[in-house]
Design a protein around this ligand. Sequence first.
Ligand code: HEM
Length: 228
Amino acid sequence: MPDTTETLDPAAAPFSTRMREATAREHEEAENSTFIGEMLDGSLGIESFRCYTGQLWYIYRALEAHSAALAADPVAGPFIKPELARTAELERDLIHLAGPGWRDGLTPLPATAAYAARIEECAQGWPGGYIAHHYTRYLGDLSGGQVIRGNAEKLWDLPHRGDGVRFYVFEQIGNPAAFKREYRALLDRIDVDELEQRRILDEGKRAFVLNRALFTELGAEFPTRRHS
Ligand code: HEM
């Protein structure tokens, strides 16, 4: 059943607020996922971080493969910003974490494949849905991603803002808080009708669910004390 709680009076809240509120519960669940918690407290070792980074590569490749076409789209176009692109950074991190042959040993988990396929589908056929995925990843990376970077650097002695954690470093974004404000302003100006806005909010929730499914599968790859 569609969630209509936040849309009774569509004019009441800006779209960026509706998006944050529509995904707030899902965000909390993602943040509290066992895998993320155990990766970030060091229980799982650097292997978990390597694996997580490898899975992210598939997701960002899907997010960024169609950037050129999306840049020309009236709805998605304003969100396509080269300073957000992460694929090259992930590749540098993976060389550091897994060696120059990183690509040979990498396969997508089923949840990763499903997530990337959904992004591709949106990127190629539904610009509004693509924005939901864009928001979920990039705004998250600019926010909680910084917690992940700090922990990873300390736990595994990775160079500060260097190879291994470049994914979390947005070299061309000097002021992340200001960037996020501008990003939210773009969301607020999105030029689609109320029905389409609701569909985008639902896709935002779906994006979080896809992330959670990935964490669940990653958790199964790294069984720890909770299974022993
Ligand atoms: C270690 C886990 C995480 C932590 C500690 C964390 C923390 C945070 C914090 C503190 C903010 C607020 C930043 C601000 O107001 O500027 C935030 C926002 C956000 N996070 Fe996370 N997060 C985590 C995981 C995730 C995950 C897994 C996703 C999705 C894949 C995600 C997506 C987002 C999004 C989209 C926002 C922006 C919300 C908005 O203002 O519209 N986060 N996160």
